[in-house]
Design a protein around this ligand. Structure first.
Ligand SMILES: [Zn+2]
Length: 300
């Protein structure tokens, strides 16, 4: 990816080195939360779900890298990462700025104003308006505080998932920004309401539609980054597609040794994720990202 000449964003919040939850890591955070959660029946359920989550993912190699290593964004080239992987932080800032420019223009063209999200860089664990999260959950967007949360070690995780490269990471950032766009468009809220009134399987399917739309929005960003700023190099699109597929629910289920169960999908299959990213990338058109209409019945 040709990114070094790009603009840097002023919306990056660097909280690396701060301890999100007392420095105990994911399980420690869970234990710290336990007394609070045990006060209510709902809390018990949340605690049980969290415990199950950590049992499945806590110490697996799925989302977290192995030994800490300085990350460099260019998988194929010699990394010039400064201490703490600041080249990667610089890269993230450029990608975020580019999403700001893209969505700023698209919102303006639609007669509205894009209010960009803040992006929080963190390590190990972070406190957001959505609660206390360990890096094991991977990058996420919190609609309540309109911030994207990113642990840079996820770049290594992508490599382990078979999706190396700078553009793979850019896709992940653009996907999270896609959730912010959904939030600002009022889509997230509608889906949240519909999910609350649905059975589990329907709720999962609504989640898949929301996630695939975020993939499509990431593709829309890539369209403009490529057409207007020539940021993509040969091989980049393939890196993005590989990343989209690598985080498909079927692949993740297989990697964790579970049977592939489409009803349990919350993000979409590898094929679906690559399809919707491509659809956004080829068209550059937000209207091509109506996953809700396309997937409202059964099908793709
Ligand atoms: Zn997502």
């Amino acid at each position: 990816m040709r990114w070094r000449q790009g603009r840097r964003s002023s919306n990056v919040e660097d909280r690396r080195g701060e301890s999100g939850g007392g420095g105990m890591g994911g399980l420690g955070n869970l234990l710290a939360l336990a007394p609070l959660l045990l006060r209510s029946k709902k809390g018990w359920l949340i605690l049980a779900a969290l415990a199950a989550f950590y049992l499945f993912f806590g110490d697996s190699q799925l989302f977290r890298g192995g030994a800490p290593q300085p990350a460099s964004v260019d998988s194929g080239q010699a990394g010039q990462a400064g201490a703490g992987g600041d080249e990667v932080a610089d890269f993230v800032s450029v990608v975020l700025a580019d999403t700001e420019d893209t969505w700023g223009q698209l919102f303006q063209a639609a007669g509205s104003e894009y209010i960009p999200p803040r992006l929080v860089l963190y390590s190990d664990a972070v406190r957001s308006a959505c609660g206390l999260n360990s890096a094991a959950v991977g990058p996420f967007y919190c609609p309540t505080d309109s911030k994207v949360y990113l642990d840079l070690s996820f770049l290594n995780d992508l490599k382990q998932l078979g999706a190396p490269g700078d553009f793979a990471f850019a896709y992940v950032i653009a996907h999270e920004v896609g959730h912010h766009v959904q939030n600002q468009m009022g889509i997230s809220q509608k889906v949240q309401q519909a999910r609350a009134q649905s059975d589990k399987i329907t709720a999962n399917r609504l989640s898949v539609m929301l996630e695939l739309q975020a993939d499509c929005f990431a593709g829309v960003w890539a369209f403009y980054a490529h057409r207007d700023r020539q940021m993509l190099e040969p091989g980049d699109l393939e890196e993005g597609l590989a990343a989209a597929a690598a985080v498909g629910d079927d692949r993740l289920q297989q990697r964790s040794g579970r049977a592939v169960s489409p009803d349990a999908f919350t993000h979409g299959s590898a094929e679906q994720r690559a399809y919707w990213f491509t659809r956004g990338f080829k068209s550059g058109d937000v209207n091509q990202c109506n996953t809700f209409a396309a997937l409202g019945g059964r099908g793709r």
